[in-house]
Design a protein around this ligand. Structure first.
Ligand SMILES: NC(=O)c1ccc[n+]([C@@H]2O[C@H](COP(=O)([O-])OP(=O)(O)OC[C@H]3O[C@@H](n4cnc5c(N)ncnc54)[C@H](O)[C@@H]3O)[C@@H](O)[C@H]2O)c1
Length: 346
């Protein structure tokens, strides 16, 4: 079993091992004295993994209850959060008990927010089952829901008490969902790790499973380092947003339908690299293409730029964006929005 120890304000371990979901009960028993666990998941993950998780928890003496909501981003809202609070209350969860987020980033984000706020804070364990959730959303403590005004606008920082990553669970993902997570993996290679990037160049979507544990470990270790230096997202953590300013704009232009976050990030990384490091562009495009990800978008820059101005990373007429001029090294740049628009629109 590989372990990453995350030393944030509240420290925790990320455990990475194939098959670890089957022994989650034993692993969770190691971090709590409580024997009461509320498992939160979505309907697709529920069908495939809830039984395994509940069996393991019960075998280890836990009393369990399960809350399941409809899969998809549209469930990451105030109404489902309210249902989760009612479920926790009905089950009699106390401040010493534990919530388990079993699923992708949607389950992790909403369960994390419930855990940050219910009874002013209850421990939670992440069992991420998508590649995006394993390499990104389950580590770092950002939790959120969406409101009518935008995605992730209501949230809290709440570090999990434990993260259990079983890369065997990624075998049941759709190819589109696996590609979506690969966009974040490629991002880590671009911003911090040229060796990782080279490994990705030597694989494709078809054979990436061979090195999946190693990839998950490497990405989490990069995220650990960045988050330990900037837990509350005031500086360095911004480098994790490489490709995201334009990516979010492209997702917004597509009305968040039929276009995944990973596709947006992939196209966003390529567009920004085209402008600021054109000598790297072909290499990056070849890599994303091997994972069935787009290298651009049909939307014109003038159509996308209004969506950039809604970006959370914008402040007082300026915008922060991330540029990689060499593989493995990222820099945060700040420009007046008008200057950014001029460069991107050229
Ligand atoms: N908190 C953070 O730091 C952070 C970072 C990045 C993204 N996010 C959030 O993460 C969310 C996206 O996460 P996601 O891409 O995991 O989406 P998701 O949670 O919606 O999962 C995608 C789909 O895959 C299904 N699924 C999950 N695991 C599966 C498995 N093992 N086998 C088969 N199907 C499975 C789900 O039911 C869902 O339909 C967004 O809401 C985004 O805002 C949060």
């Amino acid at each position: 079993m590989k372990k990453v120890s995350v030393k944030t304000s509240s420290p925790y371990e990320v455990l990475i091992e194939r098959g670890s979901i089957k022994k989650c009960g034993e692993l969770i028993a190691g971090i709590t004295k409580s024997r009461k666990v509320a498992v939160i998941t979505d309907n697709i993950v529920n069908e495939i993994y809830s039984k395994t998780v509940i069996n393991s928890l019960e075998e280890n003496g836990f009393e369990c209850a399960l809350f399941c909501f409809e899969n998809g981003e549209q469930s990451k809202n105030l109404s489902v959060l309210g249902e989760i609070f009612d479920f926790l209350c009905d089950f009699g969860i106390t401040r010493s008990d534990v919530l388990v987020a079993l699923g992708g980033g949607v389950v992790g984000d909403i369960t994390g927010l419930a855990s940050a706020t219910y009874l002013r804070g209850v421990d939670f364990v992440q069992i991420p089952t998508t590649l995006l959730a394993q390499v990104d959303s389950s580590v770092g403590g950002k939790t959120a829901i969406d409101i009518a005004g935008g995605k992730n606008l209501v949230g809290a920082f709440k570090q999990p008490a434990l993260v259990i990553c079983d890369s065997d669970t990624l075998k049941t993902l759709t190819p589109e969902n696996l590609s979506c997570g690969m966009a974040e993996v490629i991002k880590y290679g671009m911003i911090r790790d040229s060796e990782l990037f080279e490994k990705l160049e030597n694989h494709t979507l078809e054979n990436i499973d061979e090195i999946m544990d190693e990839i998950v470990y490497t990405c989490i270790d990069i995220k650990r380092d960045v988050v330990e230096n900037d837990e509350f997202d005031r500086g360095e953590r911004m480098i994790l947003n490489f490709g995201h300013t334009l990516g979010h704009a492209i997702e917004g232009w597509h009305n968040y339908t039929g276009y995944t976050h990973g596709m947006g990030v992939s196209a966003g990384m390529c567009l920004i690299t085209d402008k600021f490091a054109p000598e790297l562009s072909e290499r990056l495009k070849k890599c994303v293409t091997a994972y069935n990800l787009p290298t651009g978008t049909e939307a014109s820059m003038s159509e996308l730029l209004p969506y950039c101005s809604k970006d959370k990373k914008r402040e007082y007429g300026s915008i922060n964006y991330i540029v990689c001029q060499t593989v493995g090294k990222a820099e945060i740049r700040k420009s007046a929005v008008s200057e950014f628009e001029r460069i991107m629109g050229e």
